[in-house]
Unconditional design. Structure first.
Length: 231
């Protein structure tokens, strides 16, 4: 990190002198400040009931499944931010101050807010007294809640006793089961429902190209009208 800041001290003035676009400065700054992380890490291994209880403890009863899943995936896709945030919760150097809601977490919430729009209000409970909170107080309140959720998901490089156990790595996205099925649910001739008639061992597994992405092990299912005997 020290080396990164040294490089920054040299690079940023040069970029400014050349009057390059401010975004380039931002990108260089971001890249140089990234912590060293492991290549990959498993998805949080906790019981759904534990996660569900934590969501109910922290957020309002009107929170939707879409908001919860957006929050969950936003956390698992931002382990670099969580490393930086957690580090500020665990000061180790002389003069460092513990930050329970760090600037990293606040930046995460700014972006989450613009992503969720008005849905962000469903993160508050009646006891939070949302109408009387200032904008900064709202961000801080949400920050405490999301920090608790991240701790529940064990998305922190520290143990519950505050011992460092290793930086979080990138967490691969979960892979959904994919099926390729007929696009019509009724027989075009007799209007009967189309049935799945292939035996389990005869279902082919194929690779599906979607843009530049390849999905492996996609089940290719064929249907049949049992009245007309048309596939
Ligand atoms: Zn038919």
């Amino acid at each position: 990190m020290t080396h990164s800041w040294l490089v920054l001290a040299i690079v940023v003035p040069i970029l400014n002198a050349l009057m390059l676009n401010a975004w380039l400065v931002v990108i260089v700054t971001t890249c140089l400040c990234l912590p060293m992380v492991n290549a990959s890490a498993p998805f949080p291994d906790i019981a759904f009931s534990t996660f569900s209880q934590s969501i109910q403890d922290q957020f309002g009863t009107e929170i939707t499944l879409a908001t919860v899943l957006t929050l969950l995936l936003s956390l698992t896709n931002n382990t670099d931010m969580l490393n930086l945030h957690s580090r500020q919760k665990h000061p180790s150097g002389e003069g460092e101050i513990k930050q329970t809601v760090s600037g990293w977490m606040k930046a995460f919430i700014w972006h989450l807010q613009s992503h969720l729009g008005a849905e962000i209000d469903t993160l508050f409970q009646p006891s939070d007294n949302l109408p009387v909170l200032s904008r900064d107080a709202r961000i801080t309140r949400i920050g405490h809640k999301i920090d608790t959720i991240a701790e529940t998901l064990q998305l922190t490089p520290y143990t519950t006793n505050g011992q460092f156990r290793g930086w979080l790595g990138n967490i691969p996205d979960l892979t959904p089961v994919r099926l390729l099925c007929p696009i019509t649910a009724e027989c075009r001739t007799c209007k009967w429902a189309i049935h799945q008639v292939v035996r389990e061992r005869d279902v082919p597994a194929v690779n599906l190209c979607e843009g530049a992405k390849v999905h492996h092990n996609v089940a290719l299912l064929t249907g049949s009208c049992t009245k007309c005997q048309v596939q």
